[in-house]
Write a protein that binds this ligand. Sequence first.
Ligand code: ADP
Length: 493
Amino acid sequence: MAEKFKTILKKFKIGRSLKFRLFIIIFLMGLIPSVFMRVGILENYESRAIAVRTSDVQTQLKIIANHLITYNYLQDTSSEVIGAELEQLSNLYNGRVLIINENLKVIKDTYGISEGKTIISEEVIRCMKGTNTASHDSVNGFIEITIPIVENISAQNATEDYPEGTEVVRGVMLTSVSTDTIVSTMEILNRKALILGIIMAICTFAIALVLAQILIRPFDRISRAISEVKEGYTDEPISVPDYLETEHIVNAFNSLIERMKTLDDSRQEFVANVSHELKTPITSVKVLADSLLAQQDVPAELYHEFMEDIAQEIERENKIINDLLALVKLDKSAAEINISVVNINELTEIILKRLRPIARKNNVEVTLISKREILAEVDEVKMSLILTNLVENAIKYNQEQGKVEVTLDADHQFFTVQVSDTGIGIPEEALNQIYERFYRVDKSHSREIGGTGLGLAITKNAVLLHRGSIKADSVEGEGTTFIVKIPLSRVLV
Ligand code: ADP
């Protein structure tokens, strides 16, 4: 049943509306108790009315039963007083009274039909034994009541069998009274209750409609506010604090907007930086070429010198483009990480061998300290990028006769690569920014030594792809230490 209701709700779009559901809940909550109350009160009224009627008639019958004994009616039915009383009773309750003697013979019937007949019914026989009975026949609309006619044996009537004071059942009064008046009262009440019920249902309908509309309003406000943001009228944070729930939705939306704004800002900044960085070598090339063109009879050596400068600028441009491509590839290929078991010690040795000529040119000594053999599940190309960038920086930002020390170590979970130099150091306030794209502590110095400002951004990305961490400690003028920590196995993380 519930499933069927759900599929019907799904089929109709309105069924998925919160407003509609609220309306239904409020409407039913108003309607159901009123229906139950109506049915309950009416049912209760009917049984109460029947009970009252029964007890009234029983009281009357008891009085008449006493009179029957007093007037010796069971032996002689000619008493007019009793006849009038019986007539009055049957008129009052629109009923029929039968008086039955000890031999179960009808001696009086107010309808005059059954006089002289014998009645053998369960109620009459039970009543003969002294028990009152009363039963309601709702189908035919009457109550049947029996009352024993009891004689209290007086002194002069006392015999051996019936001593003075004993109560003897001398007969039975069998009465059926109509419940027509109760039924018609019930009908009137029913009609009134129905009208009242319809009025209440209409009121509940209207209240449910208005309440559902009011309760749902904050959600309408949210979608309106979101539309305004979407259409670009505003980018202010939205606020709908009516409910805790709406506040949560709005807070989540605001933080999403905030994040998108930050992303957008950083993308714009990146594009601006890229354009600027790419423009610088081209401007230099143009200046160099223009100055050559502007002169006549330029000596061959000057040509040569300028051409060397131009080639250098082109090389720089090339390096920036390559670094940018590496970065973009790292951003894109988070899922394309190519994991294999790599001997980190061997890899580091190969890289150091490749970088030693540059170190020698800068008069820097590079040493490798392998504390243990490390076999790790990494992407070899990306790991090479990490090592190359860190050692290259340690050489580049070093001093004459400087030293670079690469230390490899591992515990059971991670391996660490520590690259320490005796170089110029990084100011403390710049330590957090060095991983940003195009950030350099000293722009002109970095450019002079061929830096693009992208090396550490690439390194950090590659470390994060390995679910590792990178941190730098530095003392200006004394040197810098970079520590990279990477899990040995992909499963461990
Ligand atoms: P770059 O291509 O300029 O070297 P990086 O992203 O590799 O760019 O480094 C960013 C900046 O961090 C560098 O410009 C430099 O100022 C600083 N830096 C990086 N490594 C070191 C180091 N070992 N010693 C001193 N400064 C460093």
